[in-house]
Design a protein around this ligand. Structure first.
Ligand SMILES: [Ca+2]
Length: 463
């Protein structure tokens, strides 16, 4: 009788405790990842695991970063602030210099009783995964960090520099050895250990994979997934020229890209895609570990790139532009029980919205008042609703600030408040952003409205 009573009592209590338990968060960041993925409609790139996550979460089809380079973008979404507020617009400035009292997203989880662990490139790291410098670390953000280190085996194999050495980063390697010889494989190994361990606190686990970022080094088996000739080379209209030199970066990058033959272009696409598939396989291992440890039911999964990548459109083989392919980036959010799971949303969203969304979903206290994004929690149940009217992305070229907004129909970009040029693209007629309408009389009224809107978004009048 005694044991029956106990059983009844437990039966009544356990589900309540379970429902009230704060959810874990698995926050996965891929580096330099554009939307050329199976789940976003790409026909060649193999991303079965990210596709699987998209099929069980909400896929954002119009999510835009606030800056199209690593450190400024990561600083922005991890502090919930726009780059014009963080004043971090390069890869060398640490946000604690400009914003010593910022409360980062992982830091807020920590102060709310979570254990926060950061694996790999969550905040910015140097070019190589072997980077041992710690200048971008933020000890306030994580209880523990681990970066991984590619082994001596993992740096051997077949490969070459595609620019004859002119650009040191522009090289590929079909590496010897298994996944765990590479830093990214080690990050997944470590994450699997963490997910399998018993813990007293809820977990915020951030995993920042280094791929598909250059150098394009991945185990050979991921290169073997592709037929080099199967890649469609990027096309542009005959005689196309970017509207301004500022529209693309220039200098040594442009000189090297201009020398590419189709052979180099195909190798670039092949090596980048191998990196996507390698990273995707590691994402799959994390998702399997959630299932195996029965954590999926109480773990929110967020998957994102830190910005997009042009992959040869306009013959630009990099990021750091204000065109759609740099600004638009994958974002998938899976919240257990959300009604929108398995559906895409076409709602416009910004990466600064991720912070307030997670804070709301996990009912965090002491959320900083100065956050500049808006929670998209409601979208996760109702994917057909609107979230924002416009998104804003900025980049700096020397002393010139470029600002670009995207609405449902248009992209509008101003360089130095328009003094150094403006670009207006009609996405309904011209999704490739080939024809600049900024000087076109027919579009003058639209340009005026869009220009004013840059100011209202940046000042926070429009959220
Ligand atoms: Ca990046």
């Amino acid at each position: 009788m005694r044991s029956l009573l106990l059983f009844v009592a437990l039966g009544a209590v356990v589900p309540v405790t379970h429902a009230a338990a704060p959810p874990n968060v698995l926050f996965i960041v891929a580096d330099d990842l554009n939307c050329d993925l199976g789940c976003y409609g790409h026909k060649v790139v193999k991303s079965p695991n990210i596709d699987r996550l998209a099929a069980s979460g909400v896929r954002f089809d119009r999510a835009y970063v606030q800056y199209t380079v690593c450190n400024p973008s990561r600083t922005s979404f991890l502090t919930g602030l726009r780059p014009t507020t963080t004043r971090v617009m390069d890869n060398t400035t640490h946000f604690r210099k400009t914003l010593p009292n910022a409360v980062t997203l992982p830091e807020l989880f920590r102060t709310n009783g979570y254990e926060a662990i950061g694996l790999g490139k969550v905040f910015h790291r140097g070019l190589s995964p072997d980077d041992t410098k710690k200048e971008m670390d933020d000890p306030k953000s994580f209880d523990r960090v681990f970066y991984g280190r590619t082994t001596a085996v993992g740096v051997k194999g077949e490969g070459r520099n595609l620019t004859g050495g002119a650009l040191a980063w522009c090289r590929w390697l079909a590496a010897e050895g298994a996944d765990s010889e590479q830093a990214d494989g080690q990050l997944a190994d470590e994450a699997i250990k963490i997910l399998g361990a018993k813990r007293d606190k809820p977990l915020f686990l951030a995993v920042g994979f280094y791929r598909p970022h250059d150098p394009f080094e991945s185990p050979k088996k991921y290169f073997d997934l592709y037929d080099n000739g199967g890649f469609e080379l990027p096309k542009m209209p005959d005689g196309y020229k970017p509207p301004y030199p500022l529209s693309l970066g220039g200098g040594a990058f442009k000189d090297a890209f201009d020398k590419f033959t189709d052979k180099e272009r195909r190798e670039f696409l092949h090596a980048y895609s191998a990196g996507v598939s390698f990273m995707d396989a590691q994402v799959g291992r994390l998702l399997d570990a959630l299932d195996k440890n029965k954590l999926a039911e109480n773990t929110i999964v967020v998957f994102l790139g830190d910005h997009g990548y042009e992959l040869g459109v306009r013959n630009w083989w990099n990021k750091n532009t204000l065109f759609e392919r740099s600004c638009r980036t994958p974002l998938i959010v899976r919240v257990p029980g959300a009604k929108g799971n398995g559906k895409p949303t076409a709602a416009l969203a910004e990466f600064i919205d991720i912070y307030p969304t997670l804070a709301e979903l996990c009912r965090l206290n002491d959320v900083p008042k100065q956050l500049e994004g808006a929670s998209f929690r409601a979208l996760l149940d109702d994917t057909g609703r609107k979230h924002k009217e416009a998104t804003l992305t900025v980049i700096k070229r020397g002393a010139v600030l470029g600002r670009s907004i995207r609405t449902e129909k248009y992209r509008y970009t101003e360089w130095d408040d328009g003094k150094k040029g403006a670009e207006l693209y009609d996405h309904a007629a011209d999704p490739g952003e080939w024809v600049n309408r900024a000087g076109d009389q027919k579009f003058e009224a639209i340009r005026t409205v869009m220009s004013a809107r840059i100011k209202t978004i940046e000042s926070g009048t429009e959220r």
